[in-house]
Every structure is written in C-alpha cells, then in structure tokens.
Design a protein around this ligand. Structure first.
Ligand code: IPE
Ligand code: IPE
Ligand code: MG
Length: 251
C-alpha cells in the first residue's frame, strides 16, 4: 500500500524528499540544437541517468523513479524505437553489476506481458539480482502509462471480486494503490520534468495526487547533481497541505 499522507499532516517540506520521480524529457531537442541525430541525444541521456542515480545515492534519497519509455512512445518512428530499446538493454547489461555493487535495488514498472522476451528476461534478471539490496530503490518506468496501469489494477480487482475472493466494498483507495505496479512504494514527494514542458504525459497519475511538481527548462542530457539539488531546494521551499490548513495558521 502506498503511504498517502492525511490532511492532518500539513507540513513545510523542509526535509529531503523520500521519493523523487523524473520525466526525463528533451533528448531530441538537445541533439537538434547541436545538429546531431536524435539517437545521440538519447545516448547522452543515458549519461544523465548515470549521474542522477549517483547523485540520488550521494544525497541519500531512498526512492528514485525515472520515466524511460512511455506506452505512447511506441508511436515514434521504428528507428528511434530501436535506438531506445538498444540503449535500455545496453544500460542494463553494462550497469547492472555496478548498480548491484552499489546496493541499488532496481524495480521496473509498466506493462510487462507484451514486451519482447529478451527485454523481459533482462528486466526480470535485474530485479531478481538486486531484490535484497538496501540502498537506493531505483524504479524504472518502462513501457509505462498510468491509465494502462490503473486499468490493469482495476481489472485484477474485478477478477478477484468475480472469483469471490473480494467483495466490491473491499475495494478501497489503499487496496487500489496496492494493486498498482507501484504497490508497496511511497508516493513521489516531488516530480521533476526537464525540457520546459509542463505536462505529466500519462506518468503516475494516481500516485501524484499530492506530489510537488518542479519544471526545469534544461534538457535531460544536461541534468545531474546540481540540477537535482536545485529541484530539491524548490521542493523544500513548498508548503505541503494535503487539504489541510497552512502550518503557520494559529486558528
Ligand atoms: C525523452 O526525450 C526521451 C523519451 C521520451 C524516450 P525526447 O525524445 O522526448 O526529446 P524531445 O522531447 O523530442 O526533445
Ligand atoms: C514523456 O516524454 C515520456 C518519457 C520521458 C519517457 P514525451 O516526450 O514522450 O512526452 P510528450 O509526448 O511531449 O507529452
Ligand atoms: Mg519529449
């Protein structure tokens, strides 16, 4: 079950976020500005992923979610999809040992049934190898779309009801949270999106009910420790109310 704060917990978010989620956007525009093919933007984006995982570890952030490929990204040209799939596989193959050595626990969220067997095996191997690690939890959203995720959870709950294992009244927000791909993980405290776009693009729609959003103009390949610190400092200056009253209110 995701731990959603209640309205009685309105608080200044002065402390470090427990869970940072990032929409890594702008690889294509980063490349275009340099007269490079989009594929090189994606390749540089992988370097930014490495820097960000290290930064999150150094900053002792417990959970980091990275949006790597959306269910809507299948509408891109085949060449670009092939590049992105190749990069994902190479990232897993090259970085898995390091991640494991650095005590990183890797989780992958998104539709798993329909992805090609080699990718699926790599993902399963990665999650299995790092399952017991106790450092950073790195959640990779791959072939992920929030509407699809919520639909799969609703379908599973409906099947449980049809089979007589649950009553309709057992379906609570907590039970639905638990049935999502992110079941058991805390909701993001802060969602960062690079590239200047101010939209959520089907990412963590349920989980971001009370998340603070930080939009940065920089393109993803330029992201790293400093920008993460900058986004966190914006987050820390926010007052989180969860539907309650401002902290300083004496009423
Ligand atoms: C993000 O960069 C990477 C993915 C969506 C996979 P984009 O490829 O969306 O880059 P822009 O938005 O076209 O610049
Ligand atoms: C969101 O970026 C998906 C990822 C970063 C993986 P997009 O570039 O696909 O989003 P839109 O199309 O601009 O909304
Ligand atoms: Mg984009």
């Amino acid at each position: 079950m995701a731990d959603t704060p209640t309205s009685s917990e309105a608080t200044l978010s002065e402390s470090m976020p427990r869970h940072v989620a990032i929409i890594m956007d702008g690889n294509g525009r980063w490349a275009a500005e340099r007269g490079l093919p989009r594929a090189l933007g994606h390749r540089s984006g992988v370097e930014a992923v490495r820097r960000t995982v290290k930064a999150a570890t150094d900053l002792k952030i417990p959970y980091l979610t990275l949006y790597s490929f959306s269910s809507e990204n299948w509408s891109r040209p085949k060449d670009e999809i092939d590049d992105l799939m190749g990069l994902m596989k190479r990232f897993i193959r090259r970085d898995l040992a390091d991640l494991h050595q650095n005590n990183v626990r890797v989780k992958v969220i998104g539709e798993r049934e329909t992805i090609e067997p080699e990718m699926r095996a790599l993902i399963e191997e990665t999650c299995e190898l790092t399952r017991e690690n106790t450092g950073l939890t790195l959640i990779i959203a791959f072939n992920y779309g929030a509407r699809g995720e919520i639909t799969r959870a609703a379908r599973w709950l409906a099947e449980e009801v049809a089979a007589g294992r649950l009553a309709p009244g057992d379906i609570t927000p907590e039970r639905l949270s638990g049935a999502l791909d992110t079941g058991g993980l805390p909701d993001p405290d802060v969602l960062i999106r690079t590239s200047g776009e101010c939209r959520i693009s089907n990412f963590l729609l349920w989980q971001c009910a009370y998340t603070e959003f930080v939009f940065l103009d920089a393109y993803w390949p330029d992201f790293g420790h400093e920008m993460l610190v900058e986004a966190i400092s914006q987050y820390k200056a926010r007052e989180r109310r969860f539907g309650g009253l401002p902290c300083l209110s004496t009423a």
